[in-house]
Ligand binder design. Structure first.
Ligand SMILES: Cc1cc2nc3c(=O)[nH]c(=O)nc-3n(C[C@H](O)[C@H](O)[C@H](O)COP(=O)(O)OP(=O)(O)OC[C@H]3O[C@@H](n4cnc5c(N)ncnc54)[C@H](O)[C@@H]3O)c2cc1C
Length: 465
């Protein structure tokens, strides 16, 4: 029985990044993963495959709009099998990449179901056999799975989750997406580009409900313009499968009963923590609806047991949040100084078309937090690079504190939103002000320079509108 400094259950972005950093810091580390490959939800059925498909959809949109760019393009056909196979190749390449990085950093990994088995012990079950790993510190990074709605169970043929929709043999003619969070709107965007008639059903009053209200309104406007049907504030009350696909019954926001028929239905109604059967009952860890409470260094109420990633209570379920949480935990374990993760400094990216990138407080949250709020807004219609790209819908909204000009939040919808958000993340991380940022030079012509106009718009000093 080998003794380790760190044992990590789960090899998603929280687990593999923690393992690599632990290796770099000289900690003897082992990862337990139930699947025969490394990378978790993010690499196999989340961030990466969806972004591959979004990229393909984007290229296809450019081809369809070729005439506007002066190209005569005829007879373009989507070879879906090839699209799916490129997606799989990228996933496999990166899974091998993690194996390489493990070797490079002397991280060991074993396949099997890992369970906390009391202080300093992890049990690993594989093919009916159980072994034990001893480790001074244990990180539970078991991730999340798609939630379903009462009475609507995915069959992965007609009623799909993020897993099964990534394996469709053909592009469906019609698709109903239940849920307008990041996962739902990304798949809606992908299939809309490939010609599927998409309908979104969202229970809350607006799409992407965690975003600033103006972003939600802009997205709904853009989606309707693209021909996506959007119903918000509606309650799905039944799904029936038939030979043609599914029939969904729901009450719309006025309480009127409606039904819709489609070939496929995607459930995108949130993600539950995978903490069952992980041995937490043997610990003092505090759970809330399956999510685990942790302190500033990600340690649970059970000394030596840490929780990271999608299973953590009160943190957004995002790959980069999981990665940073893992780094904080192993840095602390290595006895080095670390930093507290603030929820308001976690960037949120939704890679639909138009893209959304946001960080910090929304206008409403800033007001509720007692700030004297001053906002500015710059539309991409005033940005020359956006015009060159033929993509000048949307805007940058800056939320600031009137007193000192501190930047509190930035909300972007439009071209390259998920890339130019990097400046927003830096200014919040460094606690910059509107004046710092509007005096910083932004290169011309870039989409990024719209950020300069966005900051200046808080003072009414934007140049390009
Ligand atoms: C469709 C979709 C798109 C997404 N896109 C993005 C995006 O663009 N950007 C972003 O930041 N986030 C995105 N996310 C969210 C992101 O995937 C998650 O936040 C991230 O994967 C969480 O990482 P994790 O390490 O906590 O868990 P996971 O990635 O879920 O990994 C957990 C791992 O633990 C393993 N495991 C579970 N239980 C056990 C056990 N008992 N023993 C051994 N192994 C176990 C699992 O097999 C898995 O490999 C997306 C999610 C989905 C569903």
């Amino acid at each position: 029985m080998a003794k380790y400094d760190v044992a990590i259950i789960g090899s998603g972005p929280g687990g593999y990044v923690a393992a690599i950093r632990a290796g770099e810091l000289g900690l003897k580390t082992v990862v337990v993963e139930k699947d025969p490959y490394l990378g978790g939800t993010c690499l196999h059925v989340g961030c990466i495959p969806t972004k591959v498909l979004l990229h393909h959809a984007d290229v296809y949109d450019h081809i369809k709009n070729g005439a506007e760019l002066g190209f005569e393009i005829n007879g373009v056909k989507v070879n879906w099998t090839n699209v799916m196979s490129r997606k799989s190749k990228i996933v496999t390449k990166h899974a091998k990449g993690i194996e390489f990085l493990f070797k490079k950093n002397k991280v060991e990994w074993v396949q099997g179901w890992g369970k906390y088995d009391g202080p300093g012990r992890v049990s690993v079950e594989k093919d009916g056999k159980t072994s034990t790993i001893e480790a001074n510190n244990i990180l539970l990074v078991s991730g999340s799975e798609a939630r379903s709605l009462p009475g609507i169970e995915p069959d992965h043929k007609t009623i799909l989750t993020n897993r099964s929709i990534l394996e469709l043999p053909d592009i469906p003619k019609t698709l109903i997406v239940v849920g307008a969070g990041a996962v739902g709107v990304e798949f809606a965007s992908i299939y809309n580009s490939f010609g599927t008639q998409v309908t979104i059903l969202e229970a809350l009053p607006r799409m992407v409900p965690v975003e600033d209200e103006e972003i939600s309104l802009e997205l709904e406007k853009a989606y309707k313009k693209k021909g996506i049907n959007v119903f918000t504030g509606c309650a799905v009350d039944g799904v029936k499968k038939d030979a043609k696909g599914v029939t969904v019954s729901f009450k719309d926001k006025d309480g009127k009963a409606q039904t819709l028929q489609a070939e496929k239905l995607l459930l995108a109604v949130g993600r539950k923590a995978m903490t069952d059967n992980c041995g937490l009952e043997k610990s003092k860890a505090k759970l809330e609806r399956g999510f685990v409470h942790v302190n500033e260094v990600m340690e649970t109420a059970e000394p030596g047991l840490f929780a990271i990633g999608d299973i953590v209570a009160g943190m957004p379920q995002l790959a980069h949040a999981a990665m940073m949480e893992g780094i904080v935990a192993v840095t602390h374990i290595a006895g080095k100084p670390t930093h507290k993760i603030l929820k308001t400094r976690v960037p949120n990216c939704t890679y639909c078309e138009p893209q959304i990138g946001s960080i910090g407080l929304t206008e409403k949250q800033a007001k509720e937090a007692g700030y004297s709020v001053k906002t500015g807004k710059f539309p991409f219609v005033g940005n020359s690079k956006a015009t060159i790209l033929g993509n000048h819908g949307g805007f940058i909204k800056v939320v600031s504190d009137e007193k000192y000009g501190e930047v509190l939040g930035i909300h972007i919808i439009g071209p390259y939103a998920t890339e130019i958000l990097s400046e927003a993340a830096a200014v919040l991380h460094l606690e910059g002000t509107i004046d710092d940022m509007m005096n910083m030079m932004h290169a011309h012509p870039t989409v990024w320079e719209a950020m300069g106009d966005g900051f200046a718009s808080v003072r009414g000093l934007q140049i390009n509108v």
